[in-house]
Design a protein around this ligand. Structure first.
Ligand SMILES: Cc1ncc(COP(=O)(O)O)c(C=O)c1O
Length: 357
């Protein structure tokens, strides 16, 4: 990522890096979604796009002489903060809540972060904010609302996703970039990256953006014309916990308006279906949230918003192993086979519908 350092806030020689970025951009012809490419951010060091944010933020934390890193996250941002803090040799406190568990929290602990749980999710920000204000802890995540985004140096680093896509397509950007959106940090960063390339004359036009959300705050704001996405309420948590926030940021709405973009609300069934399809057809297993762009593209192609000849890039933000639980139920249970070939073939047929020969 730091080969783009002249566009960033520090030089490559000062970067806190684990080799993030330069991720593959892969065609996905078997999805039936037309000209779609996957920017596979699960190849980053902690298996998510948040490593760009982690590297950007920790580089500056080190530059400023931060004594402690603070992050409120039960997910990928916390894992990235923990890993890059470890690399920088700076202690890291990650605030999660009581219900958080699983591979992501384990990942933070493995990187040596001091993970603490709070009973009420809102308490995470209260405590982090006290640490920041009273002790000068360096924040990499949001810690007050309404959220204005994560660490600004981290968000800047997302510009490199745009540079890599533009370069891979020989400076002919795709028509659409489609992202799973929580606060819209990556949406903002990528948009800014393309705008910079256009200002420099490296590209002639910029893509339109699609925000795939679970809360639906952006579609509501686009439809109403309001300046701020509203806070939404849900009856049950989404399976895409990584993008489960109730409200997107003002800058994500701004990016959609400026890029003539679109927002789509996706549901659990669609994401589950696309996780299974991507893994089985393209060999790429996404976290549930990372399947959201494919549900959005499917819908926008069907309704004609994305035209048949138009090229889309979907940002595949994180790997499926990070949160495998919700997807397991959608897959067939492996059968127990005893006996020989006839029993094996019968089991393959029963469990998987496979007809040999
Ligand atoms: C896997 C994954 N995808 C997408 C997002 C959305 O992030 P953003 O705040 O950049 O919209 C997150 C946020 O945590 C995430 O973990």
């Amino acid at each position: 990522m730091w080969r783009w350092d002249s566009f960033l806030h520090a030089s490559a020689s000062d970067a806190v890096t684990l080799g993030e970025g330069n991720t593959p951009l892969l065609p996905a012809p078997s999805l039936g979604l037309g000209d779609v490419w996957i920017k596979d951010e699960s190849r980053n060091p902690t298996w998510s796009f948040k490593d760009r944010l982690g590297s950007g933020a920790l580089t500056m934390a080190k530059h400023f002489g931060a004594k402690v890193i603070a992050s409120s996250s039960s997910g990928n941002a916390g894992a990235a903060a923990a890993a890059y803090a470890a690399k920088a040799g700076i202690p890291c406190v990650v605030f999660t809540f009581v219900g958080s568990a699983g591979p992501l929290v384990l990942q933070m602990r493995a990187y040596g972060a001091m993970v603490v749980k709070v009973a009420d999710k809102a308490d995470r920000w209260r405590l982090q904010s006290l640490g920041v204000r009273e002790f000068g802890w360096y924040p990499t995540s949001p810690f007050f609302g309404p959220v204005v985004g994560s660490n600004p140096y981290g968000m800047e680093a997302y510009k490199t996703i745009a540079y890599e896509i533009a370069e891979a397509f020989d400076w002919q950007p795709p028509d659409w970039c489609v992202l799973p959106v929580c606060y819209g940090d990556a949406l903002y960063g990528m948009w800014k990256g393309f705008e910079e390339l256009k200002a420099l004359g490296w590209i002639e036009r910029t893509p339109r953006f699609v925000a795939a959300e679970v809360s639906g705050s952006l579609p509501v704001a686009l439809a109403s014309g309001d300046p701020m996405p509203p806070e939404m309420t849900r009856n049950a948590p989404s399976i895409a916990t990584s993008i489960g926030a109730a409200q997107a940021t003002v800058q994500s709405l701004d990016v959609l308006r400026r890029s003539k973009g679109v927002a789509v609300t996706v549901d659990d069934d669609e994401m589950r279906r696309w996780v299974v399809t991507l893994a089985a057809k393209e060999g790429i297993w996404p976290e549930a949230s990372s399947a959201a762009p494919f549900a959005a593209i499917e819908r926008l192609r069907l309704e004609g918003t994305i035209k048949p000849h138009e090229r889309c890039v979907a940002l595949m933000t994180a790997a499926g192993l990070k949160d495998p639980g919700p997807i397991e139920a959608a897959l067939p249970e492996p059968p127990l086979v005893t006996g020989g070939l006839p029993e094996l073939l019968a089991a393959l047929k029963n469990a998987y519908g496979f007809a040999h020969g």
